[in-house]
Design a protein around this ligand. Sequence first.
Ligand code: AMP
Length: 229
Amino acid sequence: MDGARTPATCPVLILLGPPGAGKGTQARMLEERFGYVQLSTGDLLRAAVAAGTEAGQAADAVMKSGGLVSDDIVIAILRDRLAQPDCTGGVILDGFPRTTVQAEALDAMLQETGQRINAAISLEVDDAAMVHRIAGRYTCGNCGEGYHDRFKRPTVEGVCDKCGGTEMKRRADDTVEAVSTRLEAYHAQTAPLITYYAGQDVLERVGAMGSIDEIATTLGNVVKAAAAR
Ligand code: AMP
């Protein structure tokens, strides 16, 4: 990470893709490799739900059903997080924006600080495979590292490779019903952002049906090129 960066020059990267495409997994790997901060509105909302804040209480039922939380709530949460000092080295937006209203709000936020989007990276996958990917996934309750029953098991069963934590969690919205609602929400409200960012000339498409490491290698190259622009 370049400590001399100012907000105006810090890279802003967006990961687009349906639930299960690997946005969270890849964002965490990019965070480690490049020192950028992963900003996941899903994580921020889950933290708000756990803390019982007003926003969390409003979001809870919508999230469990697989629908999208209101733009106002999500934009306010993202705006607060983006203003934190650790974001000045570069950010990877994971799960935001998810609607055109959010994309326009992000453009306005970045304009205020003289920042711009370096790349909006669409992780391209087959929907049919997403249900399987999501059904087997879980995370370490301590550090958030992601695992999967089939694709990525910890070296010692039940023990996190990263932090040694032993409390693994599965998400409340990783049920078959909620996943199909989430896929519908993606196609109806988020997929149009692919055209939106193509229009801004920042769209990159990355095939994301391979292994986690293969995708990370391709994505790393795309991010490196985009951050230098
Ligand atoms: P994720 O962790 O990104 O899969 O998000 C989990 C859930 O949080 C989604 O299904 C939505 O209910 C909610 N959520 C996360 N990010 C957003 C967003 N940008 N806009 C609206 N709802 C969101």
